[in-house]
Design a protein around this ligand. Structure first.
Ligand SMILES: N[C@@H](CCSC[C@H]1O[C@@H](n2cnc3c(=O)[nH]cnc32)[C@H](O)[C@@H]1O)C(=O)O
Ligand SMILES: [Zn+2]
Length: 429
């Protein structure tokens, strides 16, 4: 049994920040909030000084294609279909295990540095991604992207099935696996029905892209006479639980289906802005009780994996878009970054700093000038803070970043390997 104590820290719980608190961790879970007096006769294996820091639930990145770090700043200023069809998909044919593993490590390091404790991913060579997750100590929900209209259709189904059997609930329970049918426009009804059958057989949830662009919705309506959301609902893709990225172009009927079928949304404002996809009606989703978390999407459409930036965007763009300054208030933005994201990934004991919850914790250094004066700390966290403030990160009770230094990752090696594998990949194009 390992006991850790975070002493004298600002504690964020339910949009309230209490100063001078102590957080006790036993193995992988929060085991209590002892008083200073309680601490007098307790012994800990590890002590973290929280002086000046704010402890929040670890940040959750609900949608990523992590190894796409290799394509960071490779193809910019294009819309989704152009970007995918002319640049990304042809280049992805040249990926291999070595590239994916090392680029994943780079992405994991970047996310940890930005306070992220868990992420959802959909990509290829997921065994290598899982290996990097297991080694680095971060938490992840992994899926093998599957497209039913390409030659890889059969292999993809087999690989996603094997990924589930090999990795679901593995890596000290940090890894979960979903099935990843890529999107409506890259699949057929027959293939999606096989995905649903597999989901039911395994008891697996679905991670997909839905209603990302106006063109996607128009094409789907033309082809099937219904919206992507209605089509996926009819095919049963929401029956075992679904994490849907984007949901930008959804109407009132779609929102009704999403609420009724508990579709959880990964909102990627940076990617949606950069690929000129549009702005999702997040205010309406939240009004209907739909779970919403934040995602960066891959580093090629963002172009970083800084989830605090997504929180800032989410807190700002909907105000301008709806002309309503109350649509995403500070506490809602922070909630999407933490608890909302954890719920979106299907976690039931992550996303809050409570006894019995997993010890996924981000400590934020409040010494920066932008943390003064302290009128309202919730507002400072939502609107003024940035990821450079992140000082310490714990996942499953284990310290992954301490005083802004990595404890499980050799960062110079990662940078070197990222450059090497990028050069290798581009030499093969
Ligand atoms: N089609 C592949 C597996 C797909 S993995 C997930 C895919 O999503 C792509 N992707 C990344 N960002 C987005 C996005 O915003 N919308 C749709 N697809 C995306 C990514 O480049 C990758 O090709 C196969 O048949 O083996
Ligand atoms: Zn995506």
């Amino acid at each position: 049994m390992k006991k850790t104590i975070i002493k004298n820290v600002g504690l964020y719980q339910d949009h309230v920040i209490k100063e001078h608190q102590n957080i006790e961790i036993t193995d992988d879970r929060i085991s209590g909030f002892p008083t200073d007096k309680d601490l007098l006769d307790r012994v800990y294996d590890e002590t973290l000084d929280g002086h000046g820091m704010l402890a929040t639930p670890g940040f959750v990145n609900t949608h990523n294609h992590i190894a796409m770090t290799v394509f960071r700043s490779y193809a910019d200023d294009m819309n989704l279909m152009d970007w995918l069809q002319t640049k990304i998909w042809p280049a992805e044919d040249h990926l291999d295990s070595d590239v994916v593993y090392n680029q994943t490590m780079l992405g994991i390091a970047e996310m940890i540095r930005c306070g992220t404790t868990s992420f959802a991913d959909m990509y290829f060579f997921m065994d290598d991604t899982a290996r990097a997750v297991a080694e680095s100590g971060i938490r992840a929900c992994l899926s093998r992207g599957m497209t039913g209209i390409t030659p890889s259709a059969e292999t993809a189904l087999k690989e996603n099935r094997q990924l589930f059997l090999d990795w679901h609930k593995k890596g000290d329970g940090r890894i979960t696996v979903m099935l990843g049918p890529h999107a409506p426009y890259t699949n057929t009804a027959a293939y999606l029905q096989r995905v649903v059958a597999l989901a039911k057989e395994l008891g697996a949830e679905i991670h997909t892209h839905l209603s990302e662009t106006k063109g996607e919705v128009e094409e789907c309506r033309k082809k099937y006479g219904k919206s992507p959301i209605a089509w996926f609902d009819e095919l049963g893709l929401f029956d075992t639980g679904c994490l849907a990225a984007h949901c930008v172009w959804v109407d009132a009927d779609d929102l009704d289906i999403m609420a009724r079928k508990h579709v959880r949304v990964a909102h990627n404002p940076g990617s949606n802005l950069k690929l000129a996809s549009g702005i999702a009606p997040i205010g309406k989703m939240l009004e209907k009780g739909i779970t919403v978390g934040l995602g960066t999407d891959g580093a090629s459409s963002n172009n970083n994996l800084d989830i605090m930036e997504e929180m800032h965007l989410a807190a700002l763009i909907h105000k301008a878009n709806t002309l309503d300054p109350l649509v995403i208030p500070a506490e809602t933005a922070v909630n999407m970054l933490t608890e909302g994201g954890a719920k979106a990934l299907g976690y039931t004991d992550i996303g809050r700093l409570e006894t019995g919850y997993k010890a996924d914790i981000t400590l934020i250094d409040r010494s920066g000038l932008h943390w003064y004066p302290r009128n309202d700390q919730m507002s400072l966290l939502a609107y003024a803070a940035n990821s450079f403030d992140v000082d310490t990160v714990l996942v499953n009770g284990k310290i992954l970043l301490r005083n802004k230094e990595f404890t499980t990752i050799d960062i110079e090696k990662i940078k070197h390997e990222a450059e090497r594998t990028k050069n290798k990949l581009f030499a093969s194009l």
